[in-house]
Design a protein around this ligand. Structure first.
Ligand SMILES: [Cu+2]
Length: 669
């Protein structure tokens, strides 16, 4: 099976828009012509020329990736299970190949999923589905900063790429909007193009603020995202992206004055400390207690809960403005908030320069390195409903422009970090608007997960990969002691379970392990922090169903219990001091990541069983795959008032998937 289809036999609408000579094609700006070259000088191969004590570990990781891709390929209809290694020679390769995007209901496929084409051939991609998709290469071109190919196709669109614009080899590709959609494309003969960029700038670590009274001015600023070329204009906290990292001992009251010096057109903003416990007025309400243009507001973060210090963790702060949350976060209004616990050193947790917060996100850029504008000046909510040019498509398609083609770490593209052959505590934080990342180390080494984004786990949990959706964090320890002199890539792999919404395959950053000697460090304790006892009520006080609903005019929107968010409506009331058990259910056909504000939530069960070991600490954001249900519980302490529950895929939040719970005073007898 060669995987050749001609447009004439392709089901669905076919509109060939783009058939241009290679030179013109490159001039479109979406593609860079990649001259064929030898593997030895190819910077996009993960393995480096540096000394490797464990040669072959990276290669095995690449093989693993290929195996995962082959698995998906085998599972797809029409794929025929052709693996890249079984490719025919260049002489027998077809001069044309058509890859058709088929399917619906979140079960889209590239058909055939495995295809090949001669080096002077033509690749046509046809979107025969009712939803927008991208055809995106994992590999970079010779520029090292642009994907070898990355095309967005609206329903009915098609595009043609001359194979001569691509380096010969095996490309792994995916849809950025629905990364469970994957395939491989073999152009001529050549290496497996793993997709890693050249890691050529150091990791940026934002300025750290440690005082009990802080002032952060929000303003437009130039951010050097790429090593070379123009800076990117962003909306920032304090002039940097991410904003300054607030680092405070847990339990120590912290007051932060945020000043809105953003361009007037941005309007009012509001700041939410994610996973914090603060009064309603200090929680970053979407419609009230706003910071007007030119104004300021001081937020009070006691960092205490029920009279005790909050568990220490990597929290974060970000804009939460009604209808504009996605836009404001896309533009840069995000920063990290690290609460620290002096006892962590006794637990063997690496501290100081061995403790590194890492914020991962994705953005798309123009040729002059400016952020693309997925919102077209109309606001996030309007974007979510208009992006596809069809109101009815809004709910079902969701992301479109808010999934970037470039993954950033601490606001920089493809950074490296020089480390020692020791233990490191990494705070992995998914700051994306929509994408999930499944983190894995390229040398196959495992993570010891010690905590969530809301506190430590009772015991470390060994994990080979860690899937994090938007807003989720994982506190992990990695052991570089046997890795002196090697380079290790922190990858995001395609979700191995192949579940509906997938995860974004990428090579976000690299660790360069020095030659040693290893620093003197304690070993990690097996017992971190026991979770205090909480009597969980038998009765489920509230069920929240996350779904796709249709209004009276036939327009779809993301909903909770069938309703669109209304800031005037209270959806559930809770008495302060009580413990409640809630059930979160995903009734839709795609994965959501659901965030609860305010309390110290714990996971009681997942799909009727005990939650996995890494979900047995405090949590604030849960992954809900289609049909899944998670039971959570918390005591409602200290504060009365309104708080939010919402999907943290920000398009979904802005497009209705948010609700309000209100904590009320206990009744007097
Ligand atoms: Cu969602």
């Amino acid at each position: 099976m060669t995987g050749v289809r001609t447009p004439a036999t392709t089901p669905g609408p076919v509109v060939v828009i783009l058939v241009v000579p290679a030179d013109d094609f490159a001039a479109q700006g979406r593609f860079r012509v990649a001259a064929p070259r030898s593997n030895a000088e190819n910077p996009s191969v993960v393995d480096s020329s540096r000394q490797r004590r464990r040669a072959g570990t990276v290669a095995s990781a690449v093989l693993l990736l290929m195996a995962a891709a082959a698995l998906v390929v085998g599972a797809l209809p029409g794929a025929g299970g052709v693996s890249p290694s079984a490719a025919t020679t260049a002489e027998t390769q077809p001069s044309e190949v058509t890859i058709t995007i088929n399917g619906g209901g979140f079960a889209w496929t590239f058909d055939p999923a495995s295809a090949e084409v001669a080096p002077d051939g033509m690749i046509t991609v046809v979107n025969a589905s009712g939803t927008s998709h991208t055809f995106t290469s994992q590999a970079y071109d010779t520029s090292g900063t642009h994907k070898a190919f990355d095309v967005t196709l609206s329903p009915g669109d098609s595009t043609t790429i001359p194979a001569s614009t691509l380096q010969q080899g095996v490309y792994h590709y995916f849809c950025r909007f629905h990364p469970a959609m994957q395939g491989t494309l073999t152009v001529g003969t050549g290496p497996d193009l793993s997709g890693a960029p050249s890691f050529d700038q150091p990791l940026y670590e934002p300025p750290v603020l440690t005082g009990k009274r802080l002032r952060i001015v929000m303003k437009k600023a130039a951010v050097q995202v790429f090593k070379d070329g123009p800076a990117t204009t962003m909306w920032t906290y304090g002039g940097t992206y991410p904003g300054p990292t607030i680092r405070r001992p847990t339990g120590a009251d912290t007051k932060v004055t945020f000043v809105n010096n953003l361009p007037k057109a941005v309007g009012s903003v509001t700041v939410h400390q994610h996973a914090g416990h603060q009064t309603s007025a200090n929680d970053g309400q979407p419609m009230s207690n706003l910071i007007k243009h030119g104004g300021a507001k001081t937020y009070d973060y006691p960092l205490r809960d029920g009279g005790k210090p909050l568990p220490a963790a990597l929290r974060f702060y970000h804009d939460h403005r009604m209808d504009e949350t996605a836009r404001n976060n896309w533009m840069g209004l995000q920063g990290m908030f690290l609460t620290t616990d002096p006892n962590d050193a006794k637990r063997g947790l690496p501290t100081g320069r061995y403790d590194i917060p890492l914020s991962f996100t994705d953005r798309s850029f123009t040729d002059t390195h400016q952020l693309t504008d997925p919102f077209a000046g109309a606001g996030s909510a309007a974007h979510a409903t208009n992006a596809m040019g069809s109101m009815t498509m809004a709910g079902a398609t969701g992301p479109s422009g808010t999934v970037g083609d470039t993954v950033l770490v601490n606001g920089r593209f493809a950074p490296y970090k020089d480390v020692q052959p020791g233990l490191y505590r990494l705070r992995l934080f998914n700051a994306s608007l929509f994408s999930a990342y499944d983190f894995k180390l390229s040398n196959g080494e495992q993570f010891e997960q010690v905590g969530t984004g809301s506190g430590l786990l009772p015991h470390p949990v060994t994990r080979s990969d860690i899937l994090l959706g938007p807003a989720q964090r994982a506190d992990v320890v990695v052991d570089f002691r046997d890795d002196a002199g090697t380079d290790i890539v922190l990858q995001s792999i395609a979700r191995p379970d192949g579940k509906e919404s997938g995860s974004y395959p990428a090579f976000p950053m690299q660790f360069r392990v020095g030659s040693g000697p290893s620093p003197t460090q304690k070993n990690l304790s097996d017992n971190l922090v026991p979770l205090p006892k909480l009597s969980i009520p038998k009765k489920t006080a509230m069920t929240w169903k996350f779904g796709l609903s249709t209004d009276s005019r036939g327009h779809q929107f993301w909903s909770i219990n069938g309703r669109r968010y209304n800031p005037k409506r209270v959806d559930h009331k809770v008495t302060r001091g009580k413990v409640q058990k809630w059930r979160l259910v995903n009734t839709s056909a795609m994965t959501h990541y659901v965030h609860l504000h305010e309390e110290l939530w714990r996971t009681i069960s997942r799909d009727g069983g005990r939650p996995p070991l890494w979900e047995r600490g405090y949590e604030d954001t849960w992954r809900l795959d289609p049909g899944e249900s998670v039971v959570v519980a918390a005591r409602f302490t200290d504060y009365t008032g309104k708080f939010m529950i919402h999907c943290h895929m920000l398009d979904h939040e802005d497009n209705g998937m948010m609700a309000t719970f209100e904590v009320v005073k206990p009744k007097r007898r």
